[in-house]
Design a binder for this molecule. Structure first.
Ligand SMILES: Nc1ncnc2c1ncn2[C@@H]1O[C@H](COP(=O)(O)OP(=O)(O)OP(=O)(O)O)[C@@H](O)[C@H]1O
Length: 468
């Protein structure tokens, strides 16, 4: 026994050593990847000349921009100013696409298109610069291609990279890029860490930030760090709790809503660039698509106590924004891990339970609107929110179905319940709720979560099952 114990501890020590080696290798790889990105960027930063000053418009310019040239608010000077302005668009998705499209069409001098992601089919209903044939392409490249097709006189620079704390050097370079190459920044991203990062970079490099957001049927817009107005941190010194943040893939979005907000961003950028100035520097513009209403509220002014633009700033360089916000600088599949291994089954394990026709209850905890899109045939739908709120009519149906399975199992004491949702996050929460209810509010149940949910089912078990 002693020898075996020694052997086990020896193996454990070797395992730990190997794990350390793996971590070290991963870090090295990440560093190499970053320096490669930085080299590419460095090259772009140093080799790009400043925008050429235009003294006059060409005949072709006059013809192309004639409809805006005759606007008294805009005129020839507005067009010349525009041609000498550079804008960095962070995020080439639902907001960034219409924004970049209108900036290019109007004749902006230079546009930087920054995005780490690739085009997917579910992007096309709103990310209007990308087409069916751009699926799988880098969004930055696809958007750049569309912008060049629209107006070849615009200097267009795609940056296919993620602004994240892992890309530390890149984040520093972002400051250089902003300092040297861009006059205005537009935040078209979709997550809180990126919003703080872009805000801080704008304050540190002294650039106005035209920021918008859109979710479901609502949109918002503000211009930060503009003519003595507040920055994002003045208004939101602390990030929201990560569980309070919803994204388009969870909450849904009607494509035209970011379309409208992206156009509004373009409008404010064009007003700043042409010299008219923005009136959204201390205003929050709110759009309610359901009621077709816009509302504007005055925001609090720049805060002396602000950590980045205040009198005694504590943020003097870009920091780790994922750590600061407690969430990732991406809205891609945030996977929760709330349960132990024995409280979960894989989709393959669940498939063999179905194949063996073992008696059980399959509980789908998605909202009804998603169940209407697709569901597994035998599932009972009770949305997570109804379980959490113990909605009486739902609990009655649940008890009834558990009772039926119990009869099928000839009154075995524990009824197996498998819980499923889209990605496997809500189902874990539902398992916790059901475990609390077991034996008191409902019959005794053994509850397990199906890992990865219906999307894992579609990917690993049934390719004909729709993915959304
Ligand atoms: N830190 C970041 N660095 C670079 N690009 C970012 C960063 N954070 C977000 N983005 C980009 O901002 C864009 C936001 O647009 P949007 O939310 O419409 O797209 P999406 O993430 O593809 O949507 P969906 O949630 O439907 O998958 C995305 O293309 C995303 O890749």
């Amino acid at each position: 026994i002693v020898t075996m114990a020694e052997e086990v501890s020896c193996l454990k020590a070797r395992l730990m050593e190997k794990e350390k080696e793996i971590v070290a290798l991963k870090n090295k790889l990440a560093l190499e990847k970053n320096s490669l990105i930085d080299l590419q960027l460095q090259e772009k930063v140093t080799t790009l000349p400043p925008l050429k000053l235009k003294a006059a418009l060409s005949n072709e310019d006059i013809m192309r921009y004639s409809r805006q040239l005759i606007l008294p608010e805009f005129g020839v000077q507005g067009q010349l100013n525009l041609s000498q302005t550079s804008v960095l668009v962070v995020g080439c998705g639902g907001l960034g696409c219409p924004l970049a499209q209108y900036l290019a069409a109007a004749g902006i001098g230079r546009v930087g298109l920054l995005d780490y992601d690739e085009v997917e089919l579910s992007n096309l209903h709103r990310q209007v610069l990308h087409g069916e044939d751009s699926q799988g392409q880098a969004k930055a490249q696809s958007a750049a291609h569309a912008v060049r097709r629209l107006n070849s006189t615009v200097e267009c620079i795609p940056y296919h990279l993620q602004l994240s704390p892992e890309n530390k050097i890149t984040a520093f370079l972002l400051l250089d890029i902003m300092h040297l190459m861009f006059d205005i920044v537009a935040d078209c991203s979709d997550n809180v860490p990126t919003r703080y990062l872009v805000n801080d970079a704008c304050v540190l490099s002294g650039k106005p930030l035209v920021s918008a957001s859109a979710l479901r049927m609502e949109g918002q817009l503000t211009v930060y760090n503009y003519r003595g107005g507040p920055c994002y941190r003045c208004l939101y010194p602390k990030p929201p709790p990560p569980e309070m943040v919803t994204n388009c893939s969870d909450g849904g979005i009607l494509g035209v809503v970011p379309g409208i907000m992206g156009c509004f961003q373009a409008l404010e950028v064009l007003k700043i660039a042409s010299g008219q100035g923005s009136s959204c520097g201390q205003q929050l513009l709110m759009f309610d698509a359901q009621d077709a209403k816009f509302r504007s509220i005055r925001l609090r002014s720049k805060q002396a106590s602000c950590a980045v633009c205040g009198e005694n700033p504590t943020v003097t360089h870009l920091v780790d924004y994922e750590k600061f916000c407690g969430s990732a600088a991406t809205d891609k599949c945030r996977r929760l891990n709330l349960l132990s291994k024995d409280q979960r089954v894989t989709v393959q394990e669940y498939k063999s339970i179905v194949d063996n026709t073992a008696a059980h209850l399959l509980l789908d905890v998605r909202p009804l609107v998603e169940v209407d899109i697709c569901h597994l045939p035998t599932s009972l739908n009770i949305p997570l929110s109804s379980l959490e709120d113990r909605k009486s009519e739902h609990i009655r149906v649940l008890k009834e179905r558990i009772g039926r399975v119990k009869e099928e199992m000839l009154n075995e004491s524990q009824v197996p319940v498998y819980v499923i949702c889209k990605l496997g996050n809500d189902s874990q929460k539902a398992v916790q709720v059901l475990e609390k209810m077991s034996g008191s509010e409902v019959d005794f149940v053994t509850v397990k979560d199906i890992c990865g949910g219906l999307m894992a089912w579609a990917q690993k078990i049934d390719p004909s099952f729709p993915q959304y």
